[in-house]
Each structure stands twice: as C-alpha cells, then as structure tokens.
Design a protein around this ligand. Sequence first.
Ligand SMILES: [Zn+2]
Length: 308
Amino acid sequence: MPEGDTIHRVASNLRAALAGRRVTRFEVRGRGAARVERPARGATVDAVEARGKHLLVTIGGVVLHTHLGMHGSWHVYRTGERWRRPGTQARVVIDVEGGTTAVCFAAPVVETARAGAPVRAVDDLGPDLCAPDADVDAAMVRLATLDPRTEIGVALLDQRVAAGIGNVYKSEVCFVCGVDPNAPLSSLDEVTRRALFDTAARLLRTNLATARRQTYAGGLAVYGRRGRRCPRCGTTIRSRRQGEQARTTYWCPSCQPGDRRAHTTTAPATASTPAAASTDQGAPSAPADSTIVAATNAGSPTRTPRRA
Ligand SMILES: [Zn+2]
C-alpha cells in the first residue's frame, strides 16, 4: 500500500500536471459516481494536496478525495495516449487544457465534497508526518487517548494518531528505535513514544524525493525479510500478523527485545542511525521483490522517470 511519502510524491507530480489549468473533462466512474459533485464549467484546478495517505484535488469549489488503498494509482498521460491500466479500472478521469489527462485507477475511495465542507476521513486524521512542520506533540496527545493495551505496531498505523505511516514504516521505525512492535503502549515511556514518531517523521521526509525507499543503510532493515538475518546483529527476523486488520509486522527479537527496560534505554540512540548517513556496509539493500517496490512505482504518474 502506498504510504505517506508515496502519496506526497504523487501529489507533487499531479500538481505539476494539473494545477492552474482549466478542466475540460471531469469524470467519475464506478461506485458512487451518481452522487458526485461536479466542478463549475470552465473551472481550473486550484490545488492538489496530500494529507497522510489521502489525496485532495480542489477544482472550482469541489474537492475530490481519493485514497489508493492497496492497488490504486494515479497516472498522467498526454490526452489520447494509451493508458497503462485497463479503462475498466479507471475511477476518475480529468482532462485539462494543454493536452494532459490524469487518471485514477482502482482507488477504493473516490468521493467529492463542496470546498469547505467536511471530508470525514481526512478531518479525523492526526498530524501529517510528511509535512515539514509536523506537530508531533499533537500526535503524542492523540496517542495517549488510545487503550493502553494497544500494541505499538497497531498504534503507529492508526491514522487518527498521526497520518502517513503505513505497514513498511511501522516495522522499520520500530527497528530503528529498538522497540518491540508487539509491546503495549502502557510499557513505553514518553521518550520512547516520542522517538518513534519523530523517527517516522524523519524517515518519511527523507524519502519524499526518492523513488526507492530507504530506512536503514541503503534499503529496508526488517520489512519483508522474515527468516533472513538482521542487518545489525544477524539474528533471524520474525514476523506475525498484527491487529484487527492482520497486517504483517517484522522485527528482530534481539535488537527489539520485548522487555520494558530495553524500551526506555535504547530509544534515545535512534539519532545515531539515520538511514542516509549510515555507513554500515554489512547491511543488505531492500529486497527487490518486496511489495514496496511495486507500491512505490504504482503511485508514480507515468511521466515521472523511474530511478533504479
Ligand atoms: Zn538485530
């Protein structure tokens, strides 16, 4: 599933293609299409914004809200160019003057609202950790309202606490901070909680401009690496399905011990292992077959050159 960094990158590509241009076609297809608010005739695209994993396109007093879920993507084409996904999967088609077409494929959430009216899924979100001024203090307040028995791996995915963290960052952030993702909130002190969300914000922002996500020494440390060796200590990486949504969580049982004292002593050391600055030569790069590669590329409009 595209995470906050990917959606911010999609927003930036869509903004470059659409913002300030007059809309000549606005079409919503599939479920809910009949209830769609339509922009005024001749309206221009006023804004394209990412909020966590949600995308908002404002056109002439109407806000189009999409969430890409597991399989959705936005593509940008020259008008008339052959699409790279089947037309039957298209949920939104927007043509703008100048010969550009933006198509949203297979998004599970496509809805519209009058500008200024509430968009519930977005209004409930916690602070967007991809934003340069992300309010981590506000996330801490929201975190404190959860049931203290909630496992931290589940809390990190709760977009009402903070927006932008998905399944990959959940596992990677816990690894970088040396925290067992299965630990209940009640076992984590303030410093550790803060370190987790500060780390998530830092890693998300580090990856805003990269096509290949890196969280640790040139790749990913634990995500998608069940049964392989921990890049830091060599212990076999474990995984389990976690939470009501049974999202797979990966961790190193040695670097992330399920022990409260470890959580209160290792967290402050996170600043010493930034992904980009690490010089650990022994760490492997992200697995080429991991879902993150597909998720990252799936979110990129076609005109964006892929990087190796
Ligand atoms: Zn380890």
